[in-house]
Design a binder for this molecule. Sequence first.
Ligand SMILES: Cc1cc2nc3c(=O)[nH]c(=O)nc-3n(C[C@H](O)[C@H](O)[C@H](O)COP(=O)(O)OP(=O)(O)OC[C@H]3O[C@@H](n4cnc5c(N)ncnc54)[C@H](O)[C@@H]3O)c2cc1C
Length: 690
Amino acid sequence: MSPSQTLEDESHPSITAVNRRIQRLSLHLTPLPPFQPSPQLHMLECAKAANKLEVDKASLQCYMRGKNRELQEKVINFFESRPDLQTPVGIPMEEHRELCMRQIVALVRDAKIRPFRYVVDDPAKYFAITEAVGSIDVSLGIKVGVQFSLWGGSVLNLGTKKHRDKYFDGIDNVDYPGCFAMTELHHGSNVQGLQTTATFDPITDEFIIDTPNDGAIKWWIGNAAVHGKFATVFAKLILPTHDSKKVSDMGVHAFIVPIRHLKTHQTLPGIEIQDCGHKIGLNGVDNGALRFRSVRIPRDNLLNRFGDVSRDGKYTSSLPTINKRFAAMLGELVGGRVGLAYSSVGFLKISVTIAVRYSLLRQQFGPPQQPEVSILDYQSQQHKLMPMLASTYAFHFAAQYLVEKYSEMKKTHDEQLVADVHALSAGLKSYMTSYTAKSLSTCREACGGHGYAAVNRFGSLRNDHDIFQTFEGDNTVLLQQVAADLLKQYKDKFQGGTLSVTWNYLRESMNTYLSQPNPITARWESTDHLRDPKFQLDAFRYRTSRLLQSVAARLRKHSKTLGSFGAWNRCLNHLLTLAESHIESVILARFIEAVQNCPDASSQAALKLVCDLYALDRIWNDIGTYRNVDYVAPNKAKAIHKLTEYLCFQVRNIAGELIDAFDIPESITRAPIAMQSEAYSQYTHHVGFQ
Ligand SMILES: Cc1cc2nc3c(=O)[nH]c(=O)nc-3n(C[C@H](O)[C@H](O)[C@H](O)COP(=O)(O)OP(=O)(O)OC[C@H]3O[C@@H](n4cnc5c(N)ncnc54)[C@H](O)[C@@H]3O)c2cc1C
């Protein structure tokens, strides 16, 4: 039962049933009008022919090439030229951590690539570098993220000029390796529940950082166990007052706390550091735990962009409430999330490339007395990999869009854009990293036993990437932020307020989507209609609008008896479905736009094929929802299924060209099972045969 159906059943079951019956009857009375295909579809006849589509690989590659591809190539070539910096399979944890540190230092000092310089001024370049270093070793990508985006980014984004002047060079050249110490043992997702305190001492003009109990020990902190010299510590700012309470809690703020001596690297007094130990992945990153025993830091170490304390202990801020300050602070930290989404798509590209290449090469069984067939000719293998290949393309354009919006936000600081990027990054990060995590397992399985050999990369990619679903915001928690944002937009709309730029489809078309499904279009089943982007996007948006409307009604109803927290929990799965549905429609809209903007006709036709597969596969996966409300009649559902299978087959025919268009250097997709030529010699050589 879909969430939207739940609402109907709860509110007006009889009216809905009557409406459906009337719609069905009206079908017999109204003849179907001829369908007029949209003009852009005329050129996209490709899928009608059973023949393989001719793809101009060079032009598709050129279109897919990001603006910063040369910079990425520079990074990859640098590591390729330095065998001493390559990560061997099965490297022990301690060696891996040291290697990662050497890699990051070499990147900055030998290759002269300075990621920190781009963190604020040109984020697209920064994300391109992190994707490239992550493809060398995921641990290195995360170590770079901790140093420049989390530790460095907190100084730049939460601090002011005095902090930039004092710390920029040390962070940039890695003289000051640092940490981002937010999570505590008892509080991860619920950041507002943090218990570490920073109490102002007006006599010495210092803050005193304290861990009040073991639940407040900072936990999982990257760079803390071995290399960090500083930490940005998130703590409740406590000010002395002259009233009966004696102190006032100003909410969570960020403070720079030196944790090790700059020269001797000894742990500083009052600070205890422990190692979080061996993890199931990312063992090149030294995660540690920090406990503070009355550690004194100068007042200047408060990162004071959103709130400051004067010499005489007065608090000032341009933002009126703790919640507003907290939101502003977190709003500045979304860059990490954007980076994870972007890199996750990079890992999806790598693993799809390996799995598809292997599936094209690998042959098993065949008709009697005939050569064995490629395993990608099995329908089941196509269904595992072709929709995934289509999603990879879809995510590529969505991730580019996210980076564009984030860069624009960094330039303009437009308030509405800040809110949009916050929700967009939360949604895309959670949706895409969850998808990639599942796909990494599917790709391993699609390569059979050879997919299990560590040298073929799936194990390390899967284990290293797995935590992308949790850090920088747990995916289930982030999706709720998207749902909350949509509900706010929904409420605003009906109260006559403005809608966000990113979600403006709600303003334009909510009324259309929420009207009863059209019994005539519900039966249209021609290929032209099903491949029309308008039909596809309408279907996605209809589903989202309906989920939004129904969950809003359910929340209203349940909050009367359960209160707002209880009502939210009662509707939680419905809310998560809403958020995912919305994100899928955002991704599809970007893909459709990318197809339309493609300047080369042959590449455009290939992209259109892939985009159709992405859209129809999603609709088919959720066909129950569409059928439940008669948005799609039985004949149309059948046509969607048939066309999806056909598109899978067509995409399989150009799968080689499609993965080549990702243009990932062989050194990255170096899995011996997936090398185009000499496949077996590479592999047998690897295990020792000459
Ligand atoms: C390898 C690694 C590196 C890290 N690096 C850092 C770092 O450098 N700095 C730092 O500060 N932190 C770091 N973290 C911590 C990370 O950010 C947290 O683990 C993350 O925010 C999730 O918090 P948690 O672990 O407490 O999970 P919890 O919040 O306890 O979540 C556990 C489960 O409960 C569910 N859940 C929680 N709340 C809700 C809700 N409201 N509704 C529904 N379900 C809910 C979640 O979906 C999840 O499945 C790192 C963690 C790891 C593992």
